[in-house]
Design a protein around this ligand. Structure first.
Ligand SMILES: Nc1ncnc2c1ncn2[C@@H]1O[C@H](COP(=O)(O)OP(=O)(O)O)[C@@H](O)[C@H]1O
Ligand SMILES: O=C(O)C1=C[C@@H](OP(=O)(O)O)[C@@H](O)[C@H](O)C1
Ligand SMILES: [Mg+2]
Length: 166
């Protein structure tokens, strides 16, 4: 396994959950960009959005993403759902890793995220979040590997990814 693996996809698609499992199976370190940002700022994601706004969050997210993409070591990186859509982040991801898009049906995503207060964008409401996904699809679909995750457990998603990255 020569490259970093970067998981992309909408909120609730399983990037954090699957990323952790995948890193364990591959025995390489795991980085969750959101968790990294919370650690560095000592603030929750909703708090960053509230205090500094989404643009500032995207800049912090981009800086953290680039730092880990350029590290000279194998990593599994789980991005936040908006990372691939900001500036040329998706191009950088594809240049420096094997990108994997966890593609999931919106209704299933909404079921998973709608009650989770840790995602500020959920407050936009179901129809606006559905539109957000539609607007982002073209970015996610630039990933080198696309895995349909509907009806799969996180473990089954990992099993689908492994042959594609080995
Ligand atoms: N394949 C899956 N099947 C069922 N539930 C899942 C699956 N992947 C993730 N989940 C659940 O969905 C929620 C969001 O998962 P998470 O890994 O945080 O997604 P993301 O990081 O893409 O936002 C969590 O409660 C997680 O347990
Ligand atoms: O889709 C987005 O813009 C976001 C997704 C979140 O990460 P997850 O995709 O892990 O929920 C987090 O980065 C923030 O709430 C913004
Ligand atoms: Mg996540």
């Amino acid at each position: 396994m020569k490259d970093k693996i970067v998981l992309v996809g909408f909120m609730g698609s399983g990037k954090t959950t699957v990323g952790k499992l995948l890193s364990k199976v591959l025995k390489i370190p795991f980085v969750d960009l959101d968790e990294e940002i919370v650690k560095r700022t000592n603030m929750s994601i909703p708090c960053i959005f509230e205090k500094f706004g989404e643009e500032r969050f995207r800049e912090i997210e981009r800086k953290t993403l680039v730092e880990f993409l350029l590290k000279p070591k194998n990593l599994v990186i789980s991005t936040g759902g908006g990372a691939p859509t900001y500036k040329n982040n998706m191009e950088l991801i594809n240049k420096n890793s094997v990108s994997v898009y966890l593609k999931t049906d919106f209704e299933k995503l909404w079921e998973r995220i709608s009650k989770d207060s840790n995602r500020p964008l959920v407050r936009l409401g179901k129809e606006k979040v559905r539109d957000l996904l539609k607007r982002r699809l073209s970015h996610y679909e630039k990933a080198k590997i696309i895995i349909r995750t509907d009806e799969l457990t996180p473990e089954e998603v990992v099993k689908k990814i492994l042959p594609e990255v080995s």
